[in-house]
Design a protein around this ligand. Structure first.
Ligand SMILES: Cc1cc2nc3c(=O)[nH]c(=O)nc-3n(C[C@H](O)[C@H](O)[C@H](O)COP(=O)(O)O)c2cc1C
Length: 395
């Protein structure tokens, strides 16, 4: 790391009053179960992590406006509370790809999680098992797929950065399918090369982090294919990028023909691209802008749900991630037509603050909050949550 500079203190540091700080410090002491809401884990993660690692988790791109917009846009929808529903039995469960999901949430891909906790993705796998939620493992996982599968005690979705060398793509898919991943999730939103990707918040954080990096890892390179276990043993000598520059529809078709199980695309934000991907035979669409980490479009993913859902016409599940921080956000996503939501940073915060228990506590908060709003909206089961359940806020 570069030595500390005279830069103003990191833009991402949440402003807090001394009362907030005292409350959060006592939350840490009281344990994960007593943290009041998902956002509180962010400050606890910041306290637990060295600046560069927290900066990696926190960063968006350029001014982080898309990242913030993802979250703020949920505030542009109101929920229509309804009375007189029979709430004797409340059920947050559903069936996704034939499996029973107790909650309409999955843990989305977050790379290098050992930067947040020594157990990294292994702890996330255990939390996913204990709460029976689906987990998507990053291509850049710092723990091997085989180990995570054994901690999870069941299948995971393998996220794929295919690289610009097709033979490496094939080997990765082969390895994931052989190990027992039950779906391949192709990320299509990482077209910005690492030379020009402006992760400014991360860069500022790195500059004030005076620790020697070599204490934890060899270097600070972004070339995941040289260090992530999923690439171990593969000939990566011809790889230059995580995403091929020619990731066109014929390329997607070629991958479709190669993947034996389910293939999903992650990073769709328009109806047009959802239709094109469907024509290539994908099994699900994931609406995502990578948590505002790759592109500064200012378009929140929740605002993309209606047009994607309209294009998909219920042929396959539509998932959405980005800025989901409350049970009411999940409710709104479902009302707009999503099958379930993914969470990224929140489980990273939980992991950083408390390990496995923190990830579980984050999931438990979402569960409680979702149950609360389902009661208030008079929707005792997920199928009762419909387009009639929300309204755009009037200006
Ligand atoms: C630290 C970090 C690493 C991530 N790594 C990956 C990755 O390797 N592959 C991927 O498809 N998405 C990755 N994402 C994006 C998430 O899967 C997800 O789309 C996003 O975090 C959702 O937004 P949220 O953080 O607001 O919940 C990463 C996100 C974060 C915060």
């Amino acid at each position: 790391m570069a030595a500390a500079t005279a830069l103003p203190f990191l833009a991402w540091a949440r402003e807090s009053t001394s009362a907030d700080a005292a409350a959060d410090a006592s939350a840490k002491k009281l344990g994960a179960k007593n943290v009041l809401n998902v956002r509180d884990f962010e400050l606890l993660a910041q306290q637990a992590l060295p600046p560069a690692h927290f900066g990696y988790l926190a960063t968006g791109i350029d001014d982080d406006r898309t990242l913030k917009r993802n979250e703020a846009a949920f505030g542009d929808y109101e929920i229509r509370a309804r009375r007189f529903a029979d709430l004797t039995q409340l059920n947050t469960g559903s069936s996704v790809f034939g499996s029973r999901w107790p909650l309409p949430i999955y843990l989305s891909a977050v790379s290098s999680m050992r930067a947040f906790h020594p157990d990294g993705e292994a702890a996330v796998g255990r939390a996913a098992a204990s709460r029976s939620v689906q987990m998507m493992l990053s291509s850049g996982s710092s723990v091997s797929l085989e180990r995570v599968l054994s901690e999870r005690g069941g299948p995971v979705w393998q996220q794929l950065y295919p690289t610009d060398d097709w033979s490496v793509t094939e080997r990765m898919v082969e390895r994931a399918e052989k190990a027992g991943a039950d779906a391949i999730v192709l990320s299509v939103d990482t077209t910005v090369t690492h030379e020009v990707r402006n992760s400014e918040t991360l860069k500022r954080a790195t500059r004030v982090d005076t620790r020697p990096c070599s204490a934890c890892h060899k270097d600070n390179r972004h070339d995941m294919w040289l260090k992530a276990p999923l690439f171990a043993g593969l000939d990566v000598s011809r790889v230059h990028e995580l995403t091929p520059p020619n990731m066109t529809l014929p390329w997607l078709r070629r991958l479709r023909d190669r993947v034996r199980g389910k293939l999903m695309v992650k990073g769709i934000v328009t109806g047009e691209d959802a239709s094109l991907a469907l024509q290539q035979g994908v099994d699900a669409i994931i609406i995502s802008n990578h948590g505002g980490r790759n592109e500064e479009t200012l378009r929140a993913t929740i605002d993309c749900v209606p047009e994607v859902v309209a294009a998909v016409k219920r042929k396959v599940p539509v998932f959405v991630d980005g800025g989901v921080r409350r049970g009411t956000d999940i409710f709104k996503a479902l009302a707009l037509g999503a099958t379930a939501v993914g969470i990224g940073r929140p489980h990273g915060w939980g992991l950083a603050a408390f390990g496995q228990e923190g990830v579980e506590a984050v999931l438990d908060i979402y569960s409680r909050e979702l149950q609360a709003i389902m009661r208030q909206a008079g929707t005792p089961k997920l199928a009762d949550i419909t387009a009639r359940s929300v309204l755009p806020r009037r200006a």
